[in-house]
Design a binder for this molecule. Structure first.
Ligand code: ADP
Ligand code: MG
Ligand code: MG
Length: 894
């Protein structure tokens, strides 16, 4: 029989699958002897069973009942006892932390009678007891029964208004609260058609069910989709004895990070709110104190907290994010997890922890996220001379420019249209998530560094400024004012998540520290993040087996890639060598030539120009391999657009102009027209139909190589023939082209010369053995391979790929991450069978996937020799290639 519940003392941190992250860590801390209020966890399996049956399995209720009895015994109090009640929190907690996605109910067990018992229990503090009760009705109503939260909030606001201006919720006295409780119960009745439940056992049952059901709520599903978390995990429920931070000035609640999650520095960081309970810190109800200010308020509690912070960090060997509450000067720890951090901070922390010997080099390497590395190269605002209209907290780094919108829906709508927007709100809630992730930046006027807006923004890498209280929002007329300036919806603002500044208009942005350091800036090179970058990247380079090349078409791109650590060019496209004013004429002649002489003349015009292009590229990549792809796109791409031309001719004729030349051109364009050009005359097919074309390119390549070689360079040339489907296509091309290469080289010998093909058609993949007999290398063209394997046109899939991802019809967007089961399997077949036929076959990838960390890991796994990606992703690929080695080692040793 499945066990559906565990006491905190029965679990540990490795049981996250079953107990969820929160439960597993509560258990771990309990066993470490930290001051954790006792409780128990109902498992994720219970959740799955609940959702499957549409209700609680009877054994689960029974088990939960037994654990509750044990908790009552341990606490010496009974749930619902009118004299001395036990109160509990009911807290959700899935395997992965999903901030704010699932809801917690506090103070459960209160009813009209036990509220008096709570007052007695707490030295007759009637005000406190009633405050706890009104919070409970509010939370229970909102979370468990779906009563709109605003109904309660408005009633609370009105109660405060009645007391006079500037009243805070702590200023409401016992009588005010009694009236408010009445009001709340009325709201509850009005929205649910029922009385507020007085039986604590029923309260508990309903609350547990609500947590389980929240697993399938829209917010939770949205978050999981965005963060690629499986829908089949379920959430656990933690039932825990309550402690109270709202029992006066010697009480309070807070969040503490063992290091600064924004900068990575080793300083305690966080917020503290005196005389407050749980969610108040996150909700940004009142302005919080900085955690270090607790030292003056309550030195003993602060010292103890610092001790526990140290203990936890050493135990988890990572930065910890800790929730705590102080009740009457007694410290309680309510949660720990490995803290989320910015892309910047994770590098600094990994580097520091390595230096502190807290972790080893491989662990350090796995601590940084290759998917977020690009963020570190993000630009910043250059604020010189500009005056901010407001300053808030630097909640999430990066600079963002966009038009102002005031609702999440609007942000989502415009974001989808590709517009850059800044979402401006008083504060955000989980209901705003869809709009937040569509925005370039987030600006709030309330809330601290741990408010919902800040936590989500940091997690998603979106720049954010929070708690900019100079900003006065008036949502009704879609404007805000700050420092006397009014900003309307649609106006452009710039926010700086590094400083917290907010500016009107579009400010110039400046290079990041890493980008400057890379370019040699001495000051930037002193900064810790640069040291971290250099040292961790060096480790990645040491351990990785995959080589990393870049896709680069020009000498400039080649140089840029090389500076970023590229070890060659995996794809040099030659299309651009047919463009540009001085080439257009020759290209047209070549396409339309009616005689061989005409065609040859065109090639003679193009060859020297292209030779110079190659000289530049081979020079920039001297000593490193360069894979040149012979012309791939359909020829119509080099001609005027068919429709435009037809219109031009028609208009010209109407005016009575002489349009004979355009008419002739149009006729040829019409002749070349293809219904489906991506599957038409392109790639190797061009080489077959127009033998002179590839011969001209090969001549240009090898004359260039010969020249660079004669000048003392070391060009390493790989000629790639695209879109091959059959072995004879490649064989025939080589037979025609190799003599041209030899002739162009003359007596020059190259240190490296290979002929190969791009594997980008399923037929090529499954007949790889045969093709490999004539190829020295394969390069997987995974863009086309994905298009042809799925039959998806990359240019058209935008209309439905979102729905495909949402309904999980594809594991991820296959144009971003290699579809392992389909496209990946084709790659595996081609690699294995290709190598079996030709042991010295070299293998690489040159699709967009070459810069995607998950795809890089796959390429490592199937034994490719290199990945090739855009120059800006070279560092990402180097890192991912290193992580693939140590990550694989780690998973093998587990
Ligand atoms: P989340 O996952 O959103 O952080 P939590 O379950 O941690 O939700 O609870 C929300 C808030 O309530 C936190 O501030 C937490 O510290 C507080 N809280 C939860 N359980 C208790 C308890 N037993 N006593 C006092 N405060 C609690
Ligand atoms: Mg929490
Ligand atoms: Mg292709």
């Amino acid at each position: 029989m499945a066990e559906y519940a565990y006491d905190f003392s029965e679990g540990n941190k490795d049981m996250k699958d079953l107990l969820g992250g929160k439960g597993a860590n509560l258990a771990e801390m309990t066993n470490m002897g930290l001051p954790v209020p006792p409780g128990f966890t109902i498992t994720t399996e219970a959740c799955l069973e609940f959702l499957k049956r549409g209700g609680a399995p009877p054994e689960m209720l029974e088990e939960a009942g037994e654990h509750l009895e044990r908790l009552e015994e341990a606490m010496g109090r009974q749930l619902g006892d009118p004299d001395d009640p036990l109160l509990v929190s009911v807290r959700s907690g899935a395997k992965f932390s999903m901030p704010g996605m699932m809801d917690t109910v506090l103070n459960l067990g209160l009813n009209d009678r036990s509220v008096e018992g709570l007052a007695k229990q707490s030295d007759g503090d009637v005000r406190f007891a009633r405050d706890a009760y009104r919070r409970f009705i509010q939370m229970f109503g909102k979370i468990v029964m779906d009563v709109p939260g605003e109904a309660f909030e408005e009633a609370l606001d009105r109660a405060k208004e009645r007391k006079g201006p500037g009243t805070q919720d702590t200023d409401l006295d016992a009588d005010d609260l009694t009236a408010l409780i009445e009001k709340f119960r009325g709201i509850y009745r009005q929205h649910t058609g029922e009385e507020f439940p007085q039986d604590p056992k029923e309260q508990l049952r309903l609350a547990i069910a609500a947590v389980f059901e929240s697993w399938n709520g829209k917010r939770a599903r949205d978050y999981r989709r965005q963060n690629k978390i499986s829908d089949d995990l379920g959430t656990a429920v933690n039932v825990q004895a309550m402690v109270f931070g709202n029992r006066g000035e010697d009480s309070g609640t807070g969040v503490a990070f063992t290091r600064d999650p924004s900068t990575g520095e080793k300083v305690p960081y966080g917020d503290y709110l005196p005389n407050a309970q749980g969610e108040d810190v996150v909700a940004g109800i009142r302005n919080t104190l900085r955690i270090v200010e607790l030292e003056t308020l309550d030195p003993d509690a602060y010292r103890e907290l610092r001790q526990h912070m140290d203990t936890l960090e050493r135990h988890y060997r990572d930065m910890c994010d800790i929730e705590f509450t102080i009740e009457k000067a007694k410290l309680w720890i309510l949660q720990v997890r490995v803290g989320k951090r910015t892309a910047f901070a994770e590098w600094v922390m990994a580097y520091d922890m390595l230096a502190e010997d807290l972790i080893d080099a491989d662990t350090g390497l796995l601590r940084v996220d290759a998917n977020r590395l690009e963020e570190l190269f993000k630009r910043r605002v250059t604020a010189e001379g500009a005056t901010p209209i407001a300053k808030g907290l630097n909640a999430s780094p990066g600079a963002a420019i966009g038009t102002v919108v005031f609702t999440a829906d609007e942000a989502e709508r415009l974001g989808k249209q590709g517009e850059r927007v800044i979402l401006v709100r008083r504060e955000t809630t989980p209901d705003d998530y869809h709009g937040m992730i569509a925005a370039q930046g987030i600006l709030t006027s309330a809330g601290g560094t741990n408010s919902h807006a800040a936590v989500v923004a940091r997690g998603e890498g979106i720049p954010a400024v929070c708690g900019a209280d100079a900003i006065k929002l008036s949502p009704a007329d879609r404007t805000f004012t700050a420092s006397g300036t009014t900003v309307k919806e649609g106006d452009v603002i710039t926010i700086d998540g590094f400083t917290g500044n907010v500016y009107v208009g579009e400010l110039p942005l400046e290079e990041s520290v890493l980008e400057k350091a890379r370019a040699g800036d001495a000051e930037a090179r002193e900064q810790k993040v640069w040291h971290a970058f250099e040292s961790l990247m060096a480790h990645a380079d040491r351990v990785r087996r995959l080589r990393v090349r870049a896709n680069a078409d020009t000498p400039d791109q080649a140089r840029n890639a090389r500076e970023r650590g590229a070890e060659g060019i995996g794809l040099c496209r030659t299309e651009h060598m047919f463009l540009g004013e001085e080439r257009v004429e020759a290209v047209r002649t070549m396409i339309f030539a009616e005689t061989e002489e005409e065609e040859a003349k065109a090639y003679d015009a193009l060859a020297p120009l292209q030779r110079d292009d190659f000289v530049g590229i081979f020079g920039a990549m001297d000593g490193l391999p360069v894979t040149v792809r012979l012309l791939d796109p359909p020829l119509h791409e080099f001609l005027p657009n068919q429709v435009d031309l037809a219109v031009e001719v028609a208009l010209g004729e109407e005016r009575g102009d002489d349009v004979e030349e355009q008419k002739a051109l149009l006729q040829k364009v019409n002749e070349l027209h293809e219904t489906n050009p991506m599957l038409g005359l392109r790639g190797v097919r061009l080489g077959i139909v127009k033998p002179g074309l590839y011969a001209m390119q090969v001549r240009a390549i090898f004359e260039a190589a010969a020249q660079v070689r004669r000048d003392g360079g070391d060009p390493k040339v790989e000629v790639m023939i695209p879109l091959v489907a059959t072995a004879p296509e490649l064989r025939q091309m080589r037979e025609e082209l190799e003599p041209v290469a030899e002739e162009s080289l003359g007596d020059v010998e190259l240190s490296h010369l290979e002929w190969g093909t791009m594997v980008e058609l399923p037929r090529a993949a499954v007949t790889a053995a045969e093709i490999a007999e004539t190829a020295e290398f394969f390069s997987f063209g995974t863009n086309d391979l994905t298009q042809t394997a799925f039959g998806f046109s990359r240019d058209d899939i935008g209309k439905f790929v979102g729905m495909y991802e949402e309904r999980k019809l594809v594991p991820a967007n296959p144009f971003v991450t290699i579809d392992v089961d389909g496209v990946g399997r084709l790659m595996r077949i081609a690699s294995d069978e290709g190598r079996a036929a030709n042991a010295s076959l070299h293998l690489g990838i040159c699709g967009e996937h070459g810069g995607d960390p998950a795809s890089v890991a796959f390429c490592h796994e199937i034994g490719l020799d290199y990945v090739s990606c855009s120059p800006y992703r070279v560092e990402t690929a180097r890192l991912a290639a290193g992580q693939a080695v140590v990550g694989a080692a780690e998973s093998a040793s587990k």
